[in-house]
Ligand binder design. Structure first.
Ligand code: TA6
Length: 282
């Protein structure tokens, strides 16, 4: 087995996934946070900021933060919920190219959110794709509701020359316009300034086309009803302590998400959401 645990940045434990094709990935136990994915024969596919902080209690700027039980500021919990800064535990390693991490409620989470849960994040590497699954189980006596996301930061050559195809005719909530609900009539989403949109009940597949780069990404999903497209642009990026202002050009967040209609989970029930990111030609 070559799936190994090695200290990552800041000394935080990290697991390395390796596929026989040469594809690789890295996941931190801190937040069950995917920080790297290199598809076979390609280059790094996730953006991680050069200024990212790797420290307990702090989310990592880039990769794939796991958002649960609250998306963004849609509630009274800390932004994007509780679990992206907690230490997860490895559960299964079915082989060198796959791993499952788990997390249960703790005194820390119960103090903020009084519900008992069991979470699993499973990651599986393929030659030119990565599959990530979030499973949420209610192990407490009462129903709870939650919102969630896999907040992927895709690395692109130039976000100003990147488009997202497949969202025409879809209703979205525009955070940049005070959460107004609009319908996207454009044949493709272009990133010409700050974009922060929750596409509601989006189609199952979108294509992120990096016109200045050598590849595109086909993103498919199940379970998650919505899709978020986010780029901070220069000014917002400059306001982040963990991102350099020019770096907004190198990234586009395309996030499988459950935002519009929170999931209500009864005692003993489980919800599963999955994403598959596949490298496609230009
Ligand atoms: O998913 C988009 C978003 O909610 C944006 O509004 C933006 O703030 C981003 O997430 C990053 O949030 P963070 O807390 O990681 O800085």
């Amino acid at each position: 087995m070559t799936t190994s645990e090695i200290p990552g940045a800041g000394g935080l434990p990290r697991l390395v996934l390796a596929h026989p094709s040469g594809a690789s990935a890295e996941i931190y136990l801190h937040g069950a946070h995917l920080s790297s994915w290199i598809p076979a024969g390609s280059t790094e596919a996730f953006f991680v900021s050069r200024a990212a902080l790797f420290a307990e209690g702090t989310p990592i700027r880039g990769g794939v933060p796991v958002v649960f039980p609250q998306f963004a500021e849609l509630g009274s919990l800390p932004k994007h919920g509780l679990v992206r800064t907690l230490a997860w535990t490895p559960k299964e390693r079915p082989g060198p190219a796959a791993v499952t991490l788990q997390l249960d409620e703790s005194a820390e989470t119960l103090a903020l959110w009084p519900h008992r849960f069991h979470l699993e994040v499973a990651v599986e590497l393929e030659t030119e794709a990565i599959v990530q699954r979030l499973a949420v189980r209610n192990v407490g006596p009462d129903a709870f509701s939650f919102t969630a996301a896999l907040h992927s930061y895709l690395r692109v050559a130039d976000v100003r020359a990147t488009t997202v195809e497949g969202l025409r005719g879809v209703k979205y909530r525009d955070k940049v316009a005070g959460n107004r609900e609009l319908v996207d009539e454009a044949p493709e989403v272009r990133i010409l300034g700050q974009v922060d949109r929750v596409y509601l009940q989006a189609p199952d597949a979108v294509l992120v086309r990096d016109h200045a780069g050598a590849r595109s990404f086909r993103l498919t999903r199940s379970g998650f009803a919505d899709l978020v497209v986010w780029n901070p642009d220069r000014e917002v990026a400059a306001s982040f302590p963990d991102m350099e202002e020019d770096e907004y050009v190198e990234m586009l967040c395309v996030e499988v998400a459950q935002v519009g209609e929170p999931i209500v989970l009864g005692p003993g029930s489980e919800w599963v959401g999955e994403q598959r990111i596949q490298v496609a030609g230009r």
